[in-house]
Ligand binder design. Sequence first.
Ligand SMILES: *[C@@H]1O[C@H](CO)[C@@H](O)[C@H](O)[C@H]1NC(C)=O
Ligand SMILES: *[C@@H]1O[C@H](CO)[C@@H](O)[C@H](O)[C@H]1NC(C)=O
Ligand SMILES: *[C@@H]1O[C@H](CO)[C@@H](O)[C@H](O)[C@H]1NC(C)=O
Ligand SMILES: *[C@@H]1O[C@H](CO)[C@@H](O)[C@H](O)[C@H]1NC(C)=O
Ligand SMILES: *[C@@H]1O[C@H](CO)[C@@H](O)[C@H](O)[C@H]1NC(C)=O
Ligand SMILES: *[C@@H]1O[C@H](CO)[C@@H](O)[C@H](O)[C@H]1NC(C)=O
Ligand SMILES: *[C@@H]1O[C@H](CO)[C@@H](O)[C@H](O)[C@H]1NC(C)=O
Ligand SMILES: *[C@@H]1O[C@H](CO)[C@@H](O)[C@H](O)[C@H]1NC(C)=O
Ligand SMILES: CC(=O)N[C@H]1CO[C@H](CO)[C@@H](O)[C@@H]1O
Length: 798
Amino acid sequence: MLKLKALYVVLLGAVSLVDSTTVQNITSDTYFYGQSPPVYPSPVGKGTGDWASAYAKAAAMVSKMTLEEKSNLTFGIPSETNGCSGNIPPIARLGFPGLCWQNAGNGVAATDFVNSYPSGLHVGASWNKALAYQRALAMGGEFRTKGVNVALGPVVAPLGRIAEGGRNWEGFSNDPYLCGSLVFETVRGIQERGVITSTKHFIGYEQETNRIPSTNLAGMSVNSVSSNIDDKTMHELYLWPFQDAVHAGSGTIMCSYNRINNSAGCGNSKTLNGLLKTELGFNGFVVSDWYGQYAGVATTLAGLDMTMPNEGFWGSSLVASINNGSVPISRLDDMVTRIIAAWYKMGQDKGYPAPGAGIPVDILKPHMAVNARESASKEVLLDGAIEGHVLVKNIKNALPLKSPKLLSLFGYDTKAPDQNNPPSGLTPWAFGFESANILEALPGFLGTPLTVQLSQIAINGTIISGGGSGANSPAYINAPFDALQERAYRDNSTVLWDFVNVNATAAVDGASDACLVFVNAFSSEGFDRVGIHDDYSDALVNNIADQCSNTIVIIHNAGVRLVDQFIDHPNVTAVIFAHLPGQDSGRALVSILYGDSSPSGKLPYSVPMNESAYNSLLSPSLPTPPFNLFPQSDFTEGMYIDYRAFDAKNITPRYEFGFGLSYTTFFYSNLQIDCIACVGTRSIAEYPAGAILEGGMEDLWDVLVKVTATVENSGSADGAEVSQLYLGIPGAPVRQLRGYSKEAIPPGKRVTVEFDLTRRDLSVWDTTRQSWKLQSGTYTVYVGGSSRNLPLTKTLKI
Ligand SMILES: *[C@@H]1O[C@H](CO)[C@@H](O)[C@H](O)[C@H]1NC(C)=O
Ligand SMILES: *[C@@H]1O[C@H](CO)[C@@H](O)[C@H](O)[C@H]1NC(C)=O
Ligand SMILES: *[C@@H]1O[C@H](CO)[C@@H](O)[C@H](O)[C@H]1NC(C)=O
Ligand SMILES: *[C@@H]1O[C@H](CO)[C@@H](O)[C@H](O)[C@H]1NC(C)=O
Ligand SMILES: *[C@@H]1O[C@H](CO)[C@@H](O)[C@H](O)[C@H]1NC(C)=O
Ligand SMILES: *[C@@H]1O[C@H](CO)[C@@H](O)[C@H](O)[C@H]1NC(C)=O
Ligand SMILES: *[C@@H]1O[C@H](CO)[C@@H](O)[C@H](O)[C@H]1NC(C)=O
Ligand SMILES: *[C@@H]1O[C@H](CO)[C@@H](O)[C@H](O)[C@H]1NC(C)=O
Ligand SMILES: CC(=O)N[C@H]1CO[C@H](CO)[C@@H](O)[C@@H]1O
């Protein structure tokens, strides 16, 4: 979702919205990878499990509503009393106060007195479920205090299929298991504070390029990209984290701008009625992405329950479609029941702040200060910032620093952004867009911002988040420069810097103990990145390394970032992927640099040797003939993205998925498998047979195998290790992440780590039977510290 509403209106206004059937004008079905099959009618919400009483209360309220009142709950209206990203009006006579919707998945956006939490990618790099849950609780408290009924997040699509995807940083990881486990904790934590989560963007939303309908340079309508995904890949990759979000009880799911198999995300009966509402037993409601409703009756019948941020194709037309019989009233009743049930389910009927109470209409005008920051969040913010840093190179004992007397600092990413108070009045929004000018990038959505080189980086200062609607609002920014200066004060040491000269003219004091070079890889909603390295930053690093024998590189990266142009420089002694740490960026980094904490993050993606490792999954596909007007993106690689592809093709990555260094070492031993489902133990059915609860058939979550291993801190420093379990399923990718556990372990101590493998974890999607299938055969269990460092292996037979 994007805040530049006016721009959208302009773009959409110029577009004649084309239904997928028109496509057949320019081609025949045979040209297509797939067409979405019709799934009707839209399933009526059942209110399973702990939704039962919310559904009963909702049904009672809905029974008192007039047709127009019901209709009015299905679309957004402008508000004169708050600045929320979206508003659903109240029905005062029934005691329903309305709903305020606000960005975003990584903290309350576009307002004051809130915190900026680490972004999704940073949380992914932390591999810490408990911390993800604590972060969600803390963020949820802020949304609640601000009177936000629905938080516009978390994000699990894009998953990260395309390395350059502009919004990959909003989500956790391109591995569905890691992503799914963290979205589960996030939904649970936010909703525990009574805030409805809007897990997004359903589904196959993997590129910004052509994400929405537009007009090309010839003035012709170009439809949104179609993500053409086969059924197996859909289930085992893209639907997987949504399944976890639904299992956690996500109150609403946001449908996406893109099309899936040539049918719009918010009008696709197969994905909405079929996958989400039937197969996953979703009790909540489906909301459109902002201006993402491209048709009227068709979307109503396909399972869309609410359109945002205005009446879209509904309003009086929805009422008319009920009156003329093209939409049954039962569909509208279901839409409204799902919406009101979500509100009751979170307990918003009791003691909830008024919608938008803490979100002023105009932040620049005098307004009441509503402080949403809680003291308990302080620790979560700092720990979250620390744990998402991933150390990938550390030679000559460069780190931790040993009481340095003189540090020299270089790079545009060292200090807080230059311009801290742009005209919008809010730092984060603008600094998100600072270098890559979104206004240049939007028309045509061809993903090629004009200033190609600089658009990859945020040249005016350090980044703590990406840009666009997912950017959040810091209470302050503690930049690396700030924290290092403070440390120099404490230590009576010296820091020198040069942020102006970027090449050989940058002077390095010859007595420097270390030179720290800060660069970034920026990314934003609205356009895809134009590369995964940039020559400008790489030259900056090399120029310092040429002059300084202890050069430490810190990269704030909103996605995969190559290091090939400087990694082998003998003077580059350490490299940290610092991701997007939120407002405590600097002090988190200093804690790691000085060894107050050992780095414990691991990569939630692979870093390849170079661009060519990605093949087609680098640049998002552009419309090509004969589909110029109907861009197609065929997901022909299936399951094989990131490490699944590298493993299958035997491509050696620079740094593999799950890799990250520590200041200590860990030793793995004693792999034990307790296989409840194994041959000779108990006969287990091939297919699940349980009732459909939230997230699908309930027995999909039965634990069929328990694995334990011993992990010892075999070094001399404190540290935390992310133990990872990969599973080789017959006929599936070589190995797939199916368990992980992060434990702090003192030197010389051992812990037992446990991994529970559920029926879903062990199964594959059977396209014929349309069910998860537990195959008979031999499975390999691997346990270790990364996807390619797996010292423990055993097989089991099911
Ligand atoms: C898309 O088409 C593929 C190929 O026909 C099919 O396997 C898949 O189920 C379809 N998915 C949707 C959502 O239409
Ligand atoms: C429904 O919404 C419209 C437009 O916002 C408003 O004019 C009308 O009064 C509302 N009707 C009811 C019954 O609330
Ligand atoms: C019913 O009303 C809707 C909304 O105005 C309209 O799109 C549709 O064509 C109408 N159908 C019939 C059969 O009149
Ligand atoms: C960023 O820096 C460029 C080049 O120095 C400058 O033109 C631009 O105005 C700056 N943008 C912001 C948001 O500070
Ligand atoms: C820094 O200097 C102050 C005053 O001279 C002294 O008290 C303090 O111990 C010194 N700190 C360190 C870390 O050397
Ligand atoms: C590098 O330094 C030279 C002066 O030695 C200067 O002319 C040039 O513009 C600099 N390059 C960059 C990229 O700043
Ligand atoms: C490494 O740094 C030293 C300065 O300390 C410099 O003399 C040397 O040339 C550098 N090495 C390389 C390969 O640039
Ligand atoms: C890119 O990396 C691969 C290994 O991943 C290697 O085989 C290939 O030669 C490299 N290409 C270039 C241009 O460096
Ligand atoms: C056969 C036919 O009608 N082709 C038209 C389909 O739409 C394109 C784009 O609008 C036209 O250029 C073709 O003439």
